[in-house]
Design a protein around this ligand. Structure first.
Ligand code: NDP
Length: 240
């Protein structure tokens, strides 16, 4: 039996690596995205993975899309909440919109996705949820009160929901990536990035495939005793 997995933000960056790794491991994958049609089309043509465009921050859109995915591929048993954005600014400059957008997408998206699939997971007695947090949710980061709060919230969300799923065959875990070589990190100014890399004991940025490796472990059928945990994949930058 090949289980159905939905990866939010699954068409580029870390999400792309997760989608491809899951497909290669035999899962039926649906990859979500929100705005970048060209990248999604190229991804789908290259990988053969179907793509679904919706905003994870929009509860009604999430519910409609999850119903469609289940109709297309089968009951959704695995969710990887990977979609995330940054809108960095210091507190002095951050507007309410920059706060809301990041919290609604990065944290609200986790709620929306889990809510849409939770009853089905309970009924079938199986589920795997992996939420992508961040080293900056663990340690904080200058100019990121919105992002750090949302990512830190993901870790609390994970611990709370894991308690509800534990006796029902549903595990809920988080991965906290360190700095990974994706478009998101490419947006960091080179002089800042240089200083960040200097603080990574492994001596380099991480690869998206190294996050996917962790996801594959956590979603496996025989990982049922691992729940409520946070796996830090950060090259030794922050021991939490
Ligand atoms: P990218 O910016 O490279 O890709 C983000 C993905 O999320 C894209 O597929 C994008 O879709 C999608 N997305 C953004 N907003 C929404 C939305 N509202 N609804 C649905 N999909 C959306 O990000 P990364 O691969 O770098 O990051 C992936 C995750 O890992 C994020 O949660 C990020 O916070 C986290 N992370 C990343 C780190 C890094 O160093 N890169 C470090 C720590 C955590 P589209 O293509 O349509 O824009």
């Amino acid at each position: 039996m090949s289980r159905v997995a939905v990866v939010t933000g699954g068409t580029r960056g870390i999400g792309e690596a997760i989608s491809v790794a899951l497909k290669n491991a035999g899962y039926k994958v649906a990859a979500n995205y929100c705005g970048n049609d060209d990248r999604a089309k190229a991804f789908s043509e290259k990988t053969g993975i179907p793509v679904y465009k919706f905003d994870v921050a929009d509860f009604d859109a999430v519910c409609a899309a999850m119903t469609k995915i289940a109709a297309d591929l089968g009951p959704i048993e695995i969710i990887v909440n990977n979609a995330g954005i940054t809108r960095d600014a210091t507190m002095k400059k951050m507007g309410r919109a920059g706060w809301d957008e990041v919290v609604d997408t990065n944290l609200g998206g986790c709620f929306n996705m889990c809510k849409a699939a939770w009853d089905g997971m309970l009924e079938r007695g199986f589920g795997r949820v992996v939420n992508i947090g961040s080293i900056n949710g663990q340690a904080g980061q200058y100019g990121q009160v919105n992002y750090a709060a949302a990512k830190s919230g993901i870790h609390g969300f994970t611990k709370a929901l894991s308690q509800e799923g534990a006796s029902k065959g549903i595990t809920v875990n988080a991965i906290a990536p360190g700095y990974i070589d994706t478009d998101m990190v490419a947006a960091v100014p080179p002089n800042v990035l240089e200083k960040i890399v200097a603080k990574i004991p492994v001596g380099r940025l991480g690869k998206a495939s190294e996050i996917a490796r962790g996801v594959l472990f956590l979603v496996a059928d025989d990982a049922g005793f691992v729940t409520g945990s946070t796996m830090s994949i950060n090259g030794g930058q922050h021991m939490y």
